[in-house]
Design a protein around this ligand. Structure first.
Ligand code: NDP
Length: 433
């Protein structure tokens, strides 16, 4: 805390991971201390901060701050998204980059941890303004990334449009056509099923988690927060698996649709019109729209927070548990506060932490990297089948790791340990670096 003041999200993420690793750390205390292993783990290998000047449609110049934190490359090139949101600062990017190390390790694929972004807000900006920002952002970032070095992807505010503009600028400056970004369009090296991957993966993992605990996802009622990339495809897959998702939200309000959210309507509002959820009632007159937050007050069996960090607090957790919620899967990164997480665990709610539950996105990004390397494209079914297998493996790996350290059913501990073990083994093998 003294070394990195004003980074509360980073401290929260480190605390959560370190607390759950206590058993492993205790068992290896002397060795970890001698090698300063934990100190090396929490210090990014490199963090880059840069100026991003761009011109708006009125000729006014704006200056944003760009970031790329290259956290850990022990098991592969840095990999992690680029977040474009006014709340972005170094502490947030560091928290996301730190979590990414373990998440990427959990996928079983050879990818290290990184994250980046900017405090630029694409909302309300014209396509030309977004392009001007993305080109300026990539003009600096391209000096630090590459297909075998660091491969960024999308995140909040960075979708297909932004990735396209950034890829074009990278190619123009560096003169190489390579898989330097993932989440690309299908016409220039993107992978089928990447758009769906995080939401679908969340549901594959939730389904398996219920299964190993003797339950079936079919017939369950689900609350989802958010209405972005993760939320939309989580809702779609929940319906395909026979569950019914009754909520969605955005940063101004939320909808309750007792008949089940109409995914096509949601896609049109959010992906095509880029509009607010107030419009949902035009498609589904029997639904309710409410201002503010309230998704977690609905009585459901499963809660899937898919919007943003710290969106589900202790009061929400108490309400969900009182309403009989049996499982929580984090589609977003760190959407549940520490207090709320502890409450779920204490009340025997099956709790799948984001680094496992939303790993389907980065896993499929790694599959996109493989396709780019061999200059081939796999079918949707091939990618989806691989994604499902990866999510099933993650579920079992985190459950087994928890069991090995006498914490059966605690998937927070399990996911952290399973991700940590591989990274630490690689760091140890590679010496002090
Ligand atoms: P999007 O930008 O597509 O969607 C984010 C959604 O969350 C929007 O509906 C947004 O509403 C809503 N939201 C943002 N802030 C708040 C808030 N304070 N309160 C309520 N709703 C809010 O992002 P993604 O779906 O891609 O990402 C969502 C989360 O999932 C993030 O935490 C991200 O890091 C994580 N994630 C994403 C992956 C991916 O593949 N996309 C992979 C792994 C994790 P509005 O429309 O009003 O902005």
């Amino acid at each position: 805390v003294a070394k990195n003041p004003s980074e509360p999200e980073f401290h929260q993420a480190v605390k959560e991971v370190m607390e759950s690793l206590r058993v492993v750390v205790d068992a290896n205390e002397e060795k970890f201390r001698k090698d300063a292993l934990l100190e090396r783990l929490v210090e990014p290998e490199r963090q880059i901060k840069f100026r991003v000047p761009w011109v708006d449609d009125k000729g006014q110049v704006h200056v944003n701050t760009g970031y790329r934190v290259q956290f850990n490359s022990a098991i592969g090139p840095y990999k992690g998204g680029l977040r474009l949101h006014p709340s972005v600062n170094l502490g947030i990017i560091k928290f996301l980059g730190f979590e990414q190390i373990f998440k990427n390790s959990l996928t079983g694929l050879p990818i290290g941890g990184g994250k980046g972004g900017s405090d630029f807000d694409p909302k309300g900006r014209s396509d030309r303004e977004v392009m001007a920002f993305c080109q300026s952002f990539m003009t600096e970032l391209c000096k630090h990334i590459g297909a075998d070095t660091d491969v960024p992807a999308g995140d909040i505010g960075t979708g297909g449009r932004e990735i396209g503009y950034m890829f074009g600028q990278y190619k123009r400056i560096r003169g190489v056509y390579e898989g330097v970004l993932t989440g690309k369009g299908l016409s220039y090296g993107g992978s089928l099923a990447r758009t769906e991957a995080t939401g679908y993966g969340l549901l594959y993992l939730t389904e398996e988690l219920l299964k190993i605990n003797g339950m079936d996802i079919a017939g369950k009622t689900v609350a989802v927060s958010g209405s972005g990339n993760v939320a939309i495809y989580a809702i779609q897959k929940a319906h395909q698996l026979g569950a019914k998702c009754v909520t969605a939200s955005d940063s101004t309000g939320w909808v309750y649709d007792p008949e089940g959210i109409d995914v096509e309507a949601l896609k049109e509002i959010k992906e095509v019109k880029r509009a607010r959820l107030t419009e949902y009632k035009n498609y589904r007159p029997n639904s309710e729209y409410h201002e503010g937050k309230g998704v977690w007050n609905i009585k459901v069996d499963i809660a899937l927070p898919c919007a943003t960090q710290n969106e589900l607090d202790i009061e929400d957790a108490k309400t969900l548990v009182a309403n009989g919620c049996i499982a929580v899967g984090e589609g977003a990164n760190m959407p549940t506060t520490l207090e709320a997480t502890e409450y779920f665990l204490a009340n025997k709610v099956l709790f799948a932490p984001g680094k496992a539950a939303n790993a389907g996105g980065v896993a499929t990004s790694a599959l996109e990297m493989s396709q780019n390397s061999e200059r081939l494209s796999w079918t949707f079914e091939e990618v989806d089948a691989k994604l499902k297998q990866i999510m099933v493996n993650i579920t079992h790996n985190m459950a087994d790791a928890a069991k090995r350290y006498n914490a059966e059913g605690n998937y927070v501990i399990g996911a952290n340990i399973a991700g940590f073990e591989k990274v630490v083994e690689a760091m140890t093998a590679q010496g002090i670096c």
